[in-house]
Design a protein around this ligand. Structure first.
Ligand code: G4P
Length: 529
């Protein structure tokens, strides 16, 4: 197969949803179709169950499982599909945001009864900002849920999407009979006991064919005809380019648990989803078809075994062929590196791979060389953008609770921050360290891991901070900037990249600061235009 053919056959995507909408179940069914697993139940639930937020064993278990299910690859219809797993738990949202920098498209799963939930709103917003192509899958159609049109409205309004249904349900819950596949002009009849098999589907080019009444009953056939007419009137026709541009989002209905509508989703996905996309670097746009290898680290995972401190860095190949034992430039460190055992992920197995292509994810054993966002090239000095740090939601001072172990504490904190577990800010005034996280759970994770992996102990102390704002000022020698720094001295800190951050104690402070020092720009993410 040629290099270009390898690129053309790759589809790298993520599934996002609010916890419990059915992401794990859908992933598993997709793997079944790809022949990557033989039976349902093989993919472990990669989530921290409700109520288990302070159960460390559960956290550890989750960490272990998420290595195995971080990337799930399989072949379907000769296409190489890479699914990147995203943690559903909101306290790990930042992990998910970072993973979204490595996908070329996403599938959003929505529970028909619950509709659009908060976690989905946040994640879709990030996708929309980045113009990532989105397919929406409305799940659990076997249950009583919201009316299909109401749900489509909700998706449009709450998620800010422009939708077009590619399938439509015939009834719902107790009366659920199946779906009309608008994409393939077929009817799929649902039966509650076909969990592992796939219903073939009856071709129905002409929805007015009286045969339809015989299959689903006269009343249901009439309703379906009316609804499909309304669909054509109200929603724009599907246009692949608009979907690829992030301007139109196809919607499909089904029930992952019952394996219903999943094959249709996958067939539609391989037909329309994007091949590996170009990516912007700090110096230029890089096309996946370029021969020279470039790649970036979007995730780092610590080893489960505390005795082995090595980590696995997940690398997304953007262009060229990544080869085992070839020399690559680690741009940030300006250091040549080669990798003798890069891993690829196939279903749940890891194996050593000689060559990987754009769209692929490679796991590299790392002894502390990588940080999230690091770029590898064949020599070109470029860095991939788009892995910004977002302002954390929670802030606490971190103190050393065992003075004899201060070295271990610093090393541990350093490495955990490189992994992206949380963000560390060092106050300008007194050098005290503040840890910022997305969720309160991370503080427990950090404390536990510092103790078990680094032999260090820490304690926390409350600090009243509302948001971290990255500071930008075009003229740093201006009087205004100097005054800002003097007045706000107590609240200024440096992040891990040594960027200046203003730790504001309230939304009001941010507003006041902006109006008092208009030339000082405050950003809620570490990367800004
Ligand atoms: P998540 O990864 O998005 O958090 O969701 P997950 O797949 O774990 O699904 C959450 C629950 O919803 C599971 O039930 C799962 O069986 C159920 N589910 C998924 N798809 C469907 C569907 O199409 N129809 C119906 N009726 N249920 C569905 P659970 O009881 O929480 O877990 P389990 O004991 O079944 O594993």
């Amino acid at each position: 197969m040629t290099f270009l053919e390898e690129i053309q056959r790759r589809r790298t995507f993520g599934i996002i949803s609010h916890p419990d909408a059915g992401k794990t179940t859908l992933t598993e069914k997709l793997l079944l179709f790809g022949g990557a697993i033989k039976e349902a139940g093989a993919v472990k639930n990669n989530k921290i169950k409700k109520g288990a937020t302070s159960d460390f064993m559960e956290i550890e278990r989750q960490r272990g499982i998420s290595v195995a299910t971080s990337v799930l690859a399989f072949i379907y219809k000769d296409k190489k599909i890479n699914i990147l797993d995203t943690p559903g738990h909101k306290d790990f949202a930042e992990d998910t945001f970072r993973t979204l920098t490595a996908v070329d498209s996403v599938i959003v799963v929505i529970d028909v009864a619950k509709g659009v939930e908060t976690q989905t709103e946040k994640l879709v917003e990030v996708c929309r900002m980045r113009k990532i192509p989105i397919i929406v899958f409305i799940n659990k159609m076997d249950r009583e849920g919201k009316d299909a049109f109401d749900l489509l409205d909700e998706v449009e309004q709450k998620l800010g999407l422009r939708v077009t249904p590619l399938s439509f349900p015939i009834g719902m819950g107790y009366d659920f009979q199946g779906i009309y596949n608008i994409w393939e002009k077929k009817i799929n009849i649902y039966s509650a006991d076909n969990k592992q098999t796939v219903s073939k589907g009856v071709e129905f080019d002409d929805i007015n064919n009286p045969e339809l009444d015989k299959i689903i009953g006269h009343q249901a056939a009439e309703t379906l005809r009316e609804e499909l007419e309304l669909v054509t009137e109200v929603y724009p026709a599907f246009n692949q380019q608009e979907y690829l541009d992030g301007d139109l989002q196809p919607v499909l209905f089904g029930s992952a648990l019952n394996n219903f509508g999943v094959k249709e989703l996958l067939d539609c996905f391989v037909d329309i989803a994007p091949t590996p996309q170009p990516k912007m670097s700090d110096s230029r746009m890089v096309d996946s078809k370029e021969e020279k290898m470039t790649a970036f680290v979007f995730k780092i995972h610590a080893n489960m075994d505390p005795k082995h401190r090595d980590r696995l860095a997940f690398l997304k190949i953007v262009s060229g062929t990544f080869k085992r034992n070839a020399n690559y430039l680690h741009v940030r460190n300006n250091k040549k590196m080669k990798f003798s055992s890069p891993n690829t992920f196939f279903a749940e197995k890891k194996q050593i791979v000689d060559e990987s292509f754009p769209g692929d994810i490679v796991g590299l054993h790392d002894t502390g060389n990588f940080k999230i966002g690091d770029t590898l090239t064949e020599g070109e000095l470029l860095n991939y953008k788009g892995i910004p740090a977002f302002s954390p939601e929670h802030f606490r001072y971190v103190n050393n609770a065992d003075p004899l172990k201060s070295k271990q504490l610093h090393k541990g904190l350093d490495q955990l921050m490189d992994e992206g577990v949380a963000q560390l800010f060092t106050l300008d005034l007194n050098g005290r360290k503040v840890i910022g996280t997305v969720g309160a759970l991370q503080y427990e994770v950090i404390q536990y891991r510092l103790e078990h992996e680094y032999g260090a102990k820490c304690s926390y102390e409350n600090i009243n901070i509302h948001k971290a704002c990255w500071v930008q000022c075009d003229d740093e020698s201006s009087e205004e900037f100097k005054e800002f720094k003097r007045v706000k001295q107590r609240y200024l800190a440096k992040d891990k990249r040594n960027q200046l951050v203003f730790l504001a104690d309230s939304a009001f402070t941010i507003q006041m600061t902006q109006s008092k020092y208009p030339s000082v720009k405050l950003h809620f993410t570490s990367e800004y235009e």
